[in-house]
Design a protein around this ligand. Structure first.
Ligand code: TYD
Ligand code: MG
Length: 454
């Protein structure tokens, strides 16, 4: 029997080296190489086995049969369905990442019980009793879901072959271990090996597989970046544990758009999909407060009206503070510079704090106009009418630029009962007529000042 071999694997990118080095030559990260024992016999035997089979044969593109079966719908969960691009694709492997305690297991168990299919839920983290306790909180219908508490990949695949489920769920990839490798569960090589095996299974059997993965402190999925390349869909479940809202974001999707988000609310009986988020993201009440305004943004295909809040206060320490939550700090600095240069509004002796309500991160540039309005409103302490919303990108010379899908934004604002929407005058088409809402078009920030603050 051959001797087990030692190798050094980078925990960041998965590169394997024969000797230890302080810095990974591939991803240039320091101190990421970990010692691992490779069971040479098993790898060489699996290699010789692979060589014996002829594998797949090349097929002419026009001779490949099209699949008849379509996507699997998810009852009572339009959010996940939309985030996945319109349902579960047969044979797709989906990775769901998120911080511990955010609700990944809850979401998956909920989906497992709702589907009218046979689901195998494999848990390496909790006992069957613990899962039962959670399931009783979430739902009454649990007759279609099988629970398997197991961490060894080969045993899991054996049960899968026996039970032939319609959907396989793995909670979590960091707890699963293959006997082919000697490294501990959660190590880069184990994660890679197990995901690869599961992917092979998904592709051969056409059964969708969902894998839960933990994320590291800096927010990336634990394990090599490679993992994201193996799977078809990567979803990130995020949100502040202290808030009830959770956001399911698409990072990668081979079968749909990647800028889709799903919003959930964590309740005592599980996660509730929020189908009408705009109504939740705008604080109720009629009183007009300075420093807040409403932005009309688009996340994925859905228009979302969000409250932006700014606090501008006289400088406390020598250095002015600029702090933004849910918005890019550099962009905030840029907007402040534009206000100084183009509108003679000076923030250099002010601390500026910015917040997007609901713990949501927004990347839609149309939020600029609302941010600028909140900043000026707080600076002058003049409230903005809560029945006005704004959508427009701001350029470096202070111009208000056109943004995409303006018709959807206007329709949504109208539906929610806003009286006025302020947009760019450069929109040539797509402005809906016959609506109750008044559409004001501006070309420069100085015109915004006239409308809102005079
Ligand atoms: P969990 O799904 O275990 O998180 P993860 O798998 O991502 O680590 O979620 C745990 C949290 O959710 C925990 O703080 C309790 C809370 N929770 C509810 O508020 N309501 C519920 O119905 C359930 C099942 C959990
Ligand atoms: Mg869990």
């Amino acid at each position: 029997m051959s001797k087990p071999r030692l190798q050094y694997v980078c925990t960041n990118c998965g590169t394997a080296l024969t000797r230890w080095e302080g810095k990974c030559p591939s991803c240039k990260q320091w101190d990421t190489l970990e010692e691992q024992l490779v069971n040479k016999q098993s790898t060489t035997s699996s290699k010789s086995q692979l060589l014996k089979t002829s594998g797949n044969m090349p097929v002419r593109l026009d001779q490949i049969k099209e699949r008849q079966h379509s996507r699997i719908a998810i009852p009572n969960d339009g959010e996940l369905e939309r985030v996945l691009g319109g349902g579960i694709v047969p044979g797709a492997i989906t990775l769901i990442g998120g911080q511990p305690g955010i609700g990944k297991s809850t979401l998956m168990l909920q989906v497992a019980c709702q589907l009218p299919l046979k689901v195998l839920y494999v848990s390496g983290e909790e006992s069957a009793y613990q899962i039962k306790m959670r399931a009783t909180r979430i739902t009454k219908k649990t007759d279609n879901c099988l629970i398997l508490c197991e961490t060894q990949l080969e045993k899991i695949l054996h049960h899968v072959a026996e039970q032939k489920p319609d959907i396989l769920l793995i909670d979590s990839i960091q707890t699963i271990q293959s006997i082919k490798l000697d490294s501990p569960a959660g190590s880069v090589s184990q994660i890679r090996e197990c995901t690869f095996e599961l992917q092979q299974y998904a592709k051969q059997s056409d059964i969708p597989v969902f894998i839960i993965g933990h994320i590291t402190k800096d927010g990336s999925l634990a394990g090599p970046k490679l993992l994201e390349h193996i799977v078809d869909v990567v979803l990130q479940f995020e949100g502040d544990r202290n808030y009830v809202y959770r956001i399911l974001r698409t990072i990668k999707n081979r079968f749909g758009s990647t800028d889709e988000i799903g919003i959930y609310e964590m309740e005592s009986f599980g996660l509730r999909p929020v189908t009408n988020p705009s109504e939740l993201l705008i604080s109720p009440g009629d009183e007009h407060l300075s420093g807040t305004s409403i932005a009309s943004t688009i996340e994925g295909v859905r228009p979302l009206l969000i409250e932006t809040q700014a606090l501008v206060t006289p400088l406390v320490y020598g250095q002015p503070q600029r702090s933004a939550t849910g918005f890019d700090n550099r962009r905030l600095n840029m907007l402040l510079a534009v206000l100084e240069k183009k509108c003679n509004l000076y923030f250099s002796q002010q601390d500026v704090f910015l917040n997007i309500a609901g713990g949501i991160k927004v990347s839609d540039p149309a939020i600029d106009l609302s941010i600028v309005s909140s900043l000026i409103s707080s600076l002058h302490d003049i409230p903005i009418d809560k029945k006005i919303c704004l959508a427009g990108e701001i350029g470096l010379s202070g111009e208000v630029r056109a943004v995409n899908r303006i018709d959807q934004r206007i329709h949504e604002a109208d539906r929610l009962g806003f009286n006025q929407i302020i947009i760019s005058k450069y929109h040539k088409k797509g402005i809906p007529k016959d609506l109750n809402i008044q559409v004001k078009m501006i070309g420069k920030i100085s015109e915004l000042l006239e409308i809102l603050f005079t």
